[in-house]
Design a protein around this ligand. Structure first.
Ligand code: ADP
Ligand code: DP6
Length: 404
């Protein structure tokens, strides 16, 4: 807490990670509460590469309406039902502890000023909404000193964006669909911490940093309403895959993890194609990445890498650190060392790779140019931790937003 000339300014700041699902969430059984039709499972990605930084502050000095600034731009949160739902849930929890303990400052009555920065493109298929809503919920919960666990808070973050509930934890995280109509059992939980299988790496091939065509919220509703494959995936295919991939994670069985990941990405995109009108998130560059991954696995003679695609064309390729030269090395040789992103964190094992790990004559030659022309940058990353409380505030002691 810091004091200006008039009233105190209270602040709390957190980082939050992106997560990329290996069993995809696609479809809502309740649109208002954001309740999913199937469970999902993701890998939380390291914040050394991608992260949201959010400061939540409150003060009687602020104008009465809550505000949110994202990357320096004011956001219209009054018309964002999702953001309002998160904030009112968090306020109610603070109010309850204030009612129980009269010595606590009445923070729940003060306007909020929330300032956030994503260190990567927003709304470009890089899961900014997941990191963004997880950071918002965690920052306000810290500001209000709420006793709730990440699992409890996931119920709130879920209402901001479904996938955000999985970004409140590190490592390998499941979001259980739940059965109750009020959504109180639709929560995220850690399947294994990052330290259980720290060798997991992810190479993101950024195919397009443009805004995507069909937002995921809208796309999944079209699928629920029109795809005849959809119900089979949600009811029969995913439950079996959840059990199998959790086992693969417990056993650190990469080939099994990889096959389930690839198959589930394919099934999810099949339900998109089966929607009416059909939805295409993957493009020719995405399909070239699929071919490359299968070609690398075939050339090596074992499964060393797996692709997955969200609601956009970017490829995320999972592999284990020991196979970096084979996987990331081959991609680096194809795209060229001058492609942006090879120098970031996690570059140790590909820093000196100049030749492809896999002989390129074993890779379908038609895809090499498609990838070279279509991938604008890469992001090298790996499994990482959940939100971290930091002192690098984006609001000054006297309550002004700091915009970088
Ligand atoms: P993405 O593929 O990046 O997740 P979406 O279109 O699904 O794209 O979500 C983008 C939306 O998520 C933004 O318009 C904003 O409402 C929300 N969002 C993104 N980053 C943040 C943030 N740091 N804080 C709060 N909300 C955020
Ligand atoms: C393909 O979480 O963005 O990335 O709940 O409507 O905000 P809303 O959807 P969102 O959808 C994510 C879809 C996905 C799969 C996943 O992350 O599990």
């Amino acid at each position: 807490m810091a004091s200006s000339s008039s009233q105190p300014v209270y602040r709390a700041t957190t980082t939050a990670p992106v997560n990329i699902a290996v069993i995809k969430y696609w479809g809502k059984r309740d649109v208002t509460l954001n309740l999913p039709t199937n469970s999902s499972l993701s890998v939380t990605l390291s914040q050394r590469s991608l992260r949201t930084l959010t400061t939540a502050s409150c003060s009687a000095n602020y104008p009465t309406a809550d505000t949110l600034s994202l990357n320096g731009k004011p956001q219209d949160i009054q018309s964002s039902k999702r953001t309002l739902a998160c904030l009112s849930n968090l306020r109610a929890l603070r109010q309850a502890i204030e009612d129980a303990d009269s010595s606590l400052s009445k923070l729940s009555a003060l306007p909020l000023r929330i300032v956030s920065e994503n260190n990567f493109p927003t709304a470009a298929g890089l899961a900014s909404s997941a990191a963004g809503f997880a950071a918002l919920v965690r920052a306000v919960a810290n500001l209000y000193q709420l006793p709730q666990s990440p699992r409890d808070l996931s119920r709130i973050a879920r209402q901001g964006s479904g996938s955000a509930c999985r970004s409140l934890m590190g490592g390998y995280v499941a979001w259980r669909t739940g059965e109750l109509a009020d959504g109180s059992d639709s929560l995220a939980e850690e399947v294994a911490p990052a330290s259980h299988w720290p060798e997991m790496r992810a190479l993101v091939l950024v195919v397009s940093a443009e805004k995507k065509d069909v937002p995921s919220t809208e796309g999944m509703q079209t699928t629920v309403e029109t795809s005849s494959l959809f119900a089979t995936r949600a009811q029969a295919v995913v439950p079996e895959r959840m059990t199998a991939i959790e086992e693969a994670i417990q056993n650190r069985d990469f080939p099994r993890f990889a096959e389930i990941t690839m198959r589930d990405s394919n099934t999810f995109h099949a339900t998109c194609l089966d929607s009416w009108p059909p939805i295409f998130y993957m493009n020719d560059v995405s399909r070239a990445a699929v071919r490359l991954v299968h070609d690398i696995n075939r050339a090596v003679g074992r499964t060393v890498c797996a692709y997955t695609f969200d609601a956009g064309p970017n490829a995320v390729i999972y592999y284990e650190e020991k196979d970096s030269a084979l996987v990331a090395g081959t991609v680096k040789a194809i795209l060229g060392a001058d492609t942006e992103g090879w120098d970031g964190p996690f570059n140790e094992s590909v820093a000196n790779v100049t030749a492809p790990g896999v002989a390129l004559d074993q890779v379908d030659s038609r895809i090499l140019n498609v990838l070279k022309d279509g991938v604008s940058r890469v992001i090298l990353t790996g499994v990482g931790e959940g939100p971290i409380s930091v002192k690098e505030h984006l609001v000054t002691e006297t309550g002004e937003a700091i915009i970088h």
